[in-house]
Design a binder for this molecule. Structure first.
Ligand SMILES: [Zn+2]
Length: 191
């Protein structure tokens, strides 16, 4: 069906909504791709929303009875370089390790292996969970390598000369015109 068909682990149909606790208890795996264009918050930070994120999520209940998901998110994103303001390809490849908690007091009980993910209502949008993790993984100030990037504003622009020229012309205007002095001695021409 698609050119990705040979990557057998990928099941391209990801559910829209999930109950993460239930998936953890069932030790379910969700492998697939999600279109970048579905992430409204992320899209505002991108110069192009083409492509997809490859999602590999393994839901589990670990030996400490923590209901969790571990996995990876991989995508090529088009960020905006903050030095030259041009598009910049950036490889997302982030590990995910979330523990699902239903009450804030459970967060303190968690071992450090996971980030807490507070669930206020189920089912939740799988895309929201994925988008949250992508946003956390983005560089704070994306920038090209300095060797291939020029600042958008030319900091070497010469100092403005106009002010100096204005001062010169003002001084010239104030100089007395010698002919105006002579005009005062002009003989009366009405005879
Ligand atoms: Zn740049």
């Amino acid at each position: 069906m698609s050119k990705h068909q040979n990557s057998s682990a990928i099941n391209s149909r990801l559910p829209v909504q999930i109950d993460p606790i239930r998936l953890a208890v069932a030790r379910q795996q969700l492998y697939g791709e999600m279109e970048i264009s579905r992430f409204e918050r992320l899209k505002e930070l991108l110069t192009s929303s083409e492509g997809a994120v490859t999602v590999k999520f393994d839901f589990d209940v670990d030996s400490n009875n923590v209901r969790c998901v571990t996995g990876t998110l991989v995508a090529e994103l088009s960020l905006c370089c903050q030095r030259c303001l041009q598009p910049m390809k950036w490889q997302l490849d982030t590990d995910v390790a979330l523990a699902f908690v239903e009450h804030e007091h459970q967060i303190d009980e968690l071992v450090v292996d996971y980030e807490p993910y507070l669930i206020d209502a189920t089912p939740l949008m799988l895309s929201d969970m994925i988008e949250d993790e992508i946003l956390l993984a983005l560089p704070q100030v994306p920038m090209h390598d300095e060797s291939i990037c020029k600042p958008a504003v030319d900091i070497n622009h010469p100092v403005e000369q106009q002010e100096v020229q204005d001062n010169i012309s003002q001084a010239t205007d104030k100089r007395e015109n010698p002919f105006a002095v002579l005009a005062g001695f002009k003989p009366d021409s009405k005879e």
